[in-house]
Design a binder for this molecule. Structure first.
Ligand code: GLY
Length: 316
């Protein structure tokens, strides 16, 4: 990552944050996560290297993460209390501040591409549940049997949560791992974009929706300032309008993107007992991340720097 203004294109991705420690992740899983991040980075990088747009790049990177069962988005999403996968996603174009988002979709293979279709082909920003899936069908966005999202490890997590609840233990997984995936990019023309996708929280109920599909909370892009994708305790990011807050600080206070991200994540988010992190690419070409958890699956590359793949907070 670089705190310095940089010309050319840049791409940063994440695969969620939480209590990631070297003691808690064995070598095989560590290597698997890094391979998944590297593959998604390559997918987005190929777009930018070919002169493609930031919007195309973040969609390509997030699609790769949605298809990877190691991450909590698309295939490998966590289960609701009723045993379903309900998926949320958003995408935003910093050049126009056009945005599209979906919440609680159940049959769309790549929710980020559905969010893009909402941005491109509807007069709306956010579509939810059955209506969003119906919009996907009407616009030819690939549908899939919901069983495709199912990964046994996630099912076991739901079973463990139910067992803990039956034993009278706290089941809110705020202290555990927040799975969400996201990407931010600056293309060679200097335009920014952000995209985020998630299955949300294990055991979520009552149609709960987190920050990821809420423009300004978990996803934000504005060519005048920054592109942001967040991961963490979604309710706290919503209450802070965290992604927009970072952009507003840059635009109105003249802060550097890294400083604005650090103030919101390390101080404002912590002040409301929130956990998580963000990735960013600034309008000035600086890029990086800020996190207040022990780790965040993340990776970055730019036209002037080699790829970095990192998990633990002391890396990169
Ligand atoms: N940050 C993802 C969620 O809370 O759903």
């Amino acid at each position: 990552m670089t705190n310095q203004p940089t010309p050319g294109w840049a791409l940063v991705i994440h695969g969620g944050c939480g209590r990631m420690t070297r003691a808690g992740i064995d070598a095989e899983h560590d290597a698997g996560y890094r391979a998944g991040l590297a593959a998604a980075l390559t997918a987005g990088r190929a777009v930018l290297e070919a002169g493609g747009s930031a919007v195309d790049a973040v969609e390509a990177a997030v699609r790769a993460l949605e298809d990877d069962p190691r991450f909590n988005a698309g295939r490998g999403a966590v289960f609701t209390a009723e045993g379903h996968n309900e998926l949320d996603a958003a995408i935003m174009d910093g050049a126009t501040r056009a945005a599209g988002a979906v919440a609680g979709v159940t049959r769309t293979k790549n929710p980020v591409s559905l969010a893009r279709a909402v941005m491109a082909h509807s007069p709306h920003v956010l579509l939810a549940r059955e209506g969003a899936d119906r919009f996907a069908v009407e616009h030819g966005v690939e549908q899939i049997d919901p069983g495709w999202f199912r990964v046994d490890e996630r099912w076991q997590a739901l079973e463990a949560m139910k067992a803990a609840a039956a034993a009278g233990e706290s089941v809110f997984d705020k202290s555990l791992k927040y799975g969400t995936v996201g990407a931010v990019a600056r293309d060679a023309a200097g335009h920014l974009a952000a995209a985020t996708s998630t299955g949300g929280l294990t055991g979520k109920r009552w149609g709960r929706i987190g920050d990821s599909p809420l423009i300004g909370a978990g996803t934000w892009a504005d060519d005048r300032a920054v592109a942001i994708s967040a991961t963490g305790s979604g309710e706290d990011f919503i209450r802070l309008a965290a992604a927009h807050e970072i952009g507003a600080r840059i635009r109105m206070l003249g802060e550097r993107p890294q400083d604005a991200a650090d103030i919101v994540v390390q101080h404002e988010l912590k002040a409301v007992d929130g956990d998580g992190g963000v990735i960013f690419v600034g309008a000035d070409g600086s890029f990086g991340w800020s996190l207040n958890t022990l780790g965040m699956f993340r990776a970055a590359v730019s036209s002037t720097s080699n790829p970095i793949v990192a998990i633990y907070d002391d890396e990169g």
